[in-house]
Ligand binder design. Structure first.
Ligand code: DON
Length: 579
């Protein structure tokens, strides 16, 4: 069933990845995460490939193809299964985005199943009487959770495009929740980080602690029987199995008991929205990504537009010049993000202007050639009268021409920490992605602007950037990652590494990455660092380098000479598989 990558390819690529490169190498790449094997992370196939951040979930997707299902059956199976396998990252108490292209479609479509602010929410809800932010209120417990969208999204997408019964695509998730699995290092770490918050909620303790009330550790069995019951209710009744009936009763009862804001109305009114993708062009390639309420697609395209005429491929991936221009483009993107981005159903966003080649040209011309821009020199663009108009990622591509790229999340590790009693649903803390007040920073340090203040039924601004790359309408690449604000810069870099620098996909994914988000005024570089001479040159240009992992875990698939190559980022848990 599983097609193995040819040995020579494995050897060559292992050499690249595992050798960590000294000065004799062109650039720095990360080693494989401890305990992960190269063969799991890289896969070459002819018929279809799935890459996701967990073995059970990738296998669930592959299984759907084996049963005669299509790409959306696989996507739905991965979505529900990863909800069980990575409770630290995503879940049916969360939401996400999915970008899809079938061979029949002229252009991809995007699906927005982002959480919404409850009807009773307002822009002052995270402030005290003096107007100061109440620490932790948007991050922990009942007020942190937006109205979950994942179930509505996946069930509706599957209803329209799937071919197997919903119960079939949900079975791997139900089995995994019932039988359980051993806690793996990434999950054990997240549980330790969130232990204190989880301990406050008895329904969370019931699942994530052992009988002696110790947080589960690596190797312990995690069984989620209440979650299995909720999943069965969805498998039987579709969206009503979550947004109505006993599951809705349990959610509203817990909200009322703890003084929270989500009511039946919020659940019944939750709607997945099919939206046009944001589009860009980079040389011969078409880029399609997620528009608002994500900032991701706009800024991935903006960064690529700024860099396109510079032909950075001449310098190489980690040359100081490449990093300088790319970091400057990122800095501008984050200044614009803070000023303009928000849910376009509520606020005006100058989408066309921000993704235009003219604006990119103006920005490019302001980047000095030999020094870093200081944060105060970077100001949001001016547009007159513009028109309104721990997360996880998986990618799927198949020989029929289907492409899926989806990022799903409950926001921070273990979301709000609160499990709705009797349901196994871990509530998200996506409300923290709103600006609790103008100028306030979220969990990822992103500065919040007026357009992203909380409003009843609004969707919080996201950085998630599920992206598809095509060339003259033909599939090239499906790509995305978790990691907050770093998502959009990691996606932009991976696309550049692959199509501008012409690196093989494995190298494009495993190269050390960097990130600049305007505030703080620093160039964040993966802990392995860059070559000394490049870092010295960047410091001479005025960059403050901070060696700190970016947290991205790219899941990418590309089409090379009629063959698929799938790469699950070697930095963390993941599996690329198919046929
Ligand atoms: O939507 C967003 O941008 C964030 N809620 C994503 C959070 C995330 O990626 C956490 N992951 N590690």
């Amino acid at each position: 069933m599983m097609f193995k990558a040819p040995k020579l390819f494995i050897l060559l690529s292992s050499f690249w990845v595992l050798s960590c490169s000294g000065p004799q190498f062109k650039y720095r790449t990360v080693p494989m995460a401890p305990g992960e094997s190269f063969e799991d992370h890289v896969f070459e196939g002819q018929d279809y490939v799935v890459t996701a951040q967990g073995d059970y979930s990738t296998k669930a997707g592959v299984k759907m193809y084996e049963l005669g299902g299509n790409a959306i059956d696989a996507a739905a199976a991965v979505s529900f299964c990863i909800s069980v396998e990575r409770p630290q990252s995503t879940g049916i108490g969360g939401g996400g985005f999915l970008v899809f292209k079938s061979p029949e479609m002229e252009k991809p479509v995007t699906f927005d199943f982002r959480e919404k602010a409850p009807l009773l929410a307002d822009s002052k809800m995270y402030l005290d009487k003096e107007g100061k932010e109440i620490k932790g209120k948007s991050l922990n417990g009942i007020f942190a959770g937006g109205v979950p969208g994942l179930v509505a999204g996946i069930v509706e997408i599957h209803k329209e495009y799937g071919s197997l019964p919903l119960a079939t695509v949900m079975q791997p998730a139900i089995d995994l929740a019932e039988k359980g699995f051993k806690v793996y290092p990434e999950l054990a770490f997240a549980l330790r980080v969130r232990e204190e918050t989880l301990r406050k909620f008895p329904a969370s303790v019931k699942i994530f602690f052992d009988k002696n009330k110790h947080i589960l550790k690596e190797g312990d069995l995690l069984v989620q029987s209440d979650l299995a019951k909720t999943l069965k209710s969805i498998a039987k009744k579709g969206r009503d199995g979550f947004y109505k009936g006993w599951v809705a009763d349990a959610i509203v009862a817990e909200e009322r008991r703890r003084g929270g804001l989500i009511r039946y109305n919020d659940l019944s009114r939750y709607n997945m929205i099919k939206r046009k993708p944001v589009e860009g062009k980079y040389k011969d390639y078409e880029i399609y990504s997620m528009g608002p309420p994500s900032s991701g697609g706009i800024h991935v395209i903006q960064i690529l537009n700024i860099l396109e005429p510079l032909n950075l491929g001449h310098y190489g991936i980690q040359d100081a010049k490449t990093i300088h221009y790319t970091a400057s483009a990122m800095q501008q993107a984050f200044a614009d993000r803070a000023r303009y981005l928000g849910d376009m159903d509520f606020v005006k966003v100058p989408l066309r202007e921000l993704t235009s080649k003219e604006y990119a040209k103006k920005i490019r011309e302001k980047i000095p050639h030999h020094r870093a821009l200081k944060k105060d020199e970077v100001l949001p663009g001016q547009f007159d009268g513009y028109e309104s108009t721990e997360t996880t990622h998986f990618s799927i591509m198949d020989k029929l021409g289907n492409m899926v790229s989806s990022t799903q999340t409950i926001n921070g590790f273990m979301g709000s920490g609160l499990v709705i009693p009797g349901t196994g649903i871990l509530l998200n803390n996506e409300m923290d992605d709103f600006a609790t007040k103008v100028g306030a920073k979220n969990l990822f340090g992103a500065v919040g602007g007026e357009n992203n203040l909380v409003e009843s039924e609004k969707r919080p601004l996201s950085s998630m950037s599920p992206t598809l790359v095509l060339k003259k309408g033909k599939p090239v690449m499906a790509v995305g990652t978790p990691s907050g604000t770093r998502i959009l810069t990691c996606v932009a870099q991976t696309i550049l590494n692959y199509i501008e620098h012409n690196e093989p996909l494995l190298n494009a994914v495993s190269a050390v990455r960097f990130h600049q988000q305007w505030y703080p005024d620093e160039l964040r570089v993966g802990t392995l660092g860059l070559k000394k001479e490049e870092e010295d040159e960047l410091r001479d240009m005025g960059y403050k380098i901070n060696h700190k992992n970016l947290g991205c875990r790219i899941q990418a698939i590309a089409m090379e000479k009629g063959q698929f190559i799938g790469v699950s980022d070697p930095r963390g848990l993941g599996l690329a598989a198919g046929k």
